[in-house]
Design a protein around this ligand. Structure first.
Ligand SMILES: Cc1cc2nc3c(=O)[nH]c(=O)nc-3n(C[C@H](O)[C@H](O)[C@H](O)COP(=O)(O)OP(=O)(O)OC[C@H]3O[C@@H](n4cnc5c(N)ncnc54)[C@H](O)[C@@H]3O)c2cc1C
Length: 539
């Protein structure tokens, strides 16, 4: 007899970091979901490493920021990006990144960017997701097919361990199945963007204390500059012995079995060093965004929705942002207070962020490819020295910006958004590199310390938060009544600190469960019910 179908409010396809983060966020909110993943567990080959400050704020909300920090490279491991001809050759440029890593907060966030590869991050997210009673996580369950109608989606999944087909009936499906999504194409959703296509081999290598074998010192990212260009790099993983050795080239991608990793590695190190290769994967980088993030009851998130070259470290971070935007909206919908159009705001808010981040990745990695080293770049001659100095200066000029993306990490705003209430103020500056704290509706509510170790952003998450600033802050009873009438969870918090009041710029600021500003004013809204309805995607 076939097993009965399974009912769930939310089916998540794929337990990569984005599917796991979404499941964790739903579980953290007390909502239910079922995650199906075709693999046996988290991926064991290293991919994303760069966890930006905003992603670390999400980890902080979920209570795993310390676990991520502890799994990252040691605090004192420099986040330097080094450019050299080989580790025993000539140094060409060095870009320090002092605002990455470590534990000391910055002025704009209680969390610093960290380097924690997915081989450690994904298990942290898996354990977090699995710790919630509402999250049902099934490994070795492969999604096969999806139908949807007006009131439900019906998926067929292959339980690989028992070789059995199972039917899952869900109110909503989130496609977190990565770049090869088996859902996106059957839905007829294309991907658009840059014509760039890069073919790579990724080699996972163990080389204990590699820095003891050369004079370049410790560095997190090492780009090898060769007469043919930049086609090999070494990315530190644990700060002790593990690296991801990246090799670009279609010839390597097409015939990985013919590749001699020993030769490729020894060339960039410049001498024989103790090492072992753990695994080799091939992958293709593209800079494209799905034309739609939603089709009926199905939503696309993470690499299923956007793909980018990893140079700017944006893929995973953008996907985590998708998960956080969708998490509270799905939870609110399941709880009944989310309005009929709340979920429609996901695509409107997140797709422009995807387009922006993928666009930046496209521009920034072009810098790597376009550097045309002098043929004498590695020669120990006066011409070689001149070539290295000139290229080094050009790299520092053009590449520093690639690594400073505070504006992308913290400054993204949902504007226009159907669930934020614009106040007519001019939009503040918004650049890739610089983040300017603002309570402009749609932006991330800024960080300020309320007390030792407690940030304003720690106030946000479970429901809406209404901040009242100063002794004379307007009465908020009408607003609280309107939210209660619509069963929208709201907590009011009074803040007396004049510096925080100045930062937040209005006497009343309403913050959404994802930490973005929904509304702000110096006076209560004339129609509190209209505001409650707008921010919950209601009438
Ligand atoms: C070499 C490399 C380096 C990178 N470096 C960075 C970086 O430094 N910073 C950064 O932010 N990003 C980086 N990225 C990108 C980052 O790895 C991805 O953005 C991230 O893994 C996307 O996560 P995801 O959960 O959306 O998809 P994935 O990690 O691809 O997970 C998708 C999951 O879905 C599962 N799945 C697929 N089909 C099915 C099915 N039919 N049924 C069930 N399950 C299915 C897969 O098995 C997989 O586990 C890098 C990528 C690569 C390749």
């Amino acid at each position: 007899m076939p097993s009965p179908s399974i009912e769930t409010p939310v089916l998540i396809v794929g337990a990569g970091p984005v599917g796991l983060a979404l499941a964790a966020d739903l579980g953290w909110r007390g909502a239910q979901c079922l995650v199906v993943e075709q693999g046996e567990g988290p991926a064991d080959h290293p991919r994303a490493t760069a966890i930006n400050a905003r992603s670390m704020e999400f980890m902080r909300r979920w209570g795993v920021a310390d676990a991520v920090r502890n799994a990252a490279a040691p605090d004192d491991f420099p986040h330097t990006a080094l450019y050299c001809t080989s580790l025993t050759g000539f140094e060409i440029a060095r870009i320090e990144r002092p605002h990455h890593g470590g534990r000391k907060p910055t002025t704009t966030s209680p969390e610093r960017a960290q380097r924690c590869n997915q081989i450690w991050l994904d298990p942290i997210l898996r354990d977090l997701a699995a710790s919630f009673a509402g999250v049902d996580l099934r490994y070795r369950w492969r999604f096969e097919d999806l139908r949807q109608n007006d009131d439900r989606a019906i998926a067929t999944v292959h339980d690989l361990a028992n070789d059995e087909r199972r039917t899952i009936v869900a109110r909503h499906v989130v496609d977190c199945s990565g770049g090869h999504s088996p859902i996106r194409r059957p839905l007829g959703i294309g991907m658009s963007g840059s014509s760039y296509i890069g073919h790579f081999l990724s080699i996972f290598v163990r080389a204990p204390e590699l820095w003891k074998h050369h004079a370049m010192g410790k560095a997190a990212l090492i780009h090898f500059v060769e007469p043919e260009g930049l086609w090999r790099n070494l990315v530190i993983l644990d700060g002790r012995e593990l690296y991801r050795f990246g090799v670009r080239g279609k010839e390597f991608y097409d015939a990985p079995e013919k590749v001699d990793p020993e030769r490729l590695f020894e060339e960039v190190v410049g001498r024989k060093v103790p090492h072992e290769f753990i695994s080799v994967r091939r992958w293709v980088a593209r800079n494209v965004v799905a034309d739609k993030y939603q089709m009926g009851r199905v939503f696309l998130a993470g690499d299923a929705a956007h793909l980018n070259h990893p140079a700017a470290g944006l893929g995973l971070n953008t996907g985590l942002g998708d998960a956080v935007d969708l998490g509270w909206k799905l939870a609110a919908t399941a709880a009944g207070w989310g309005g009929a159009t709340l979920l429609d705001s996901y695509e409107i808010e997140r797709r422009p962020v995807g387009v922006r981040n993928v666009g930046h990745a496209d521009v920034s990695h072009a810098g790597d490819v376009e550097q045309e080293p002098h043929p004498a770049i590695a020669d120990d001659t006066p011409a070689g020295a001149v070539a290295r100095r000139e290229l080094g200066e050009a790299i520092v000029r053009s590449q520093t910006q690639k690594f400073i993306t505070d504006g992308l990490a913290l400054g993204y705003r949902y504007e226009p958004s159907p669930i934020c209430w614009p106040d007519g103020a001019p939009a503040p500056a918004d650049t890739v590199g610089e983040y300017h704290p603002t309570t402009h509706p749609g932006g991330r509510a800024p960080h300020a310390w309320l007390a030792e170790g407690r940030s304003t952003i720690d106030l946000f998450g479970r429901g809406f938060t209404l901040l009242r600033f100063g002794d004379g802050a307007p009465d908020t009873a009408s607003l609280e009544k309107a939210f209660a009438a619509r069963r929208v969870p709201l907590t009011t918090v009074a803040i007396a600190d004049p510096d925080i009041a100045a930062l937040y710029a209005r006497r009343l600021v309403l913050v959404r469960p994802d930490g973005h500003v929904a509304w702000r004013s110096d006076a209560p809204p004339p129609d509190p019910l209209a505001l409650a309805d707008r921010v919950r995607g209601g009438a």
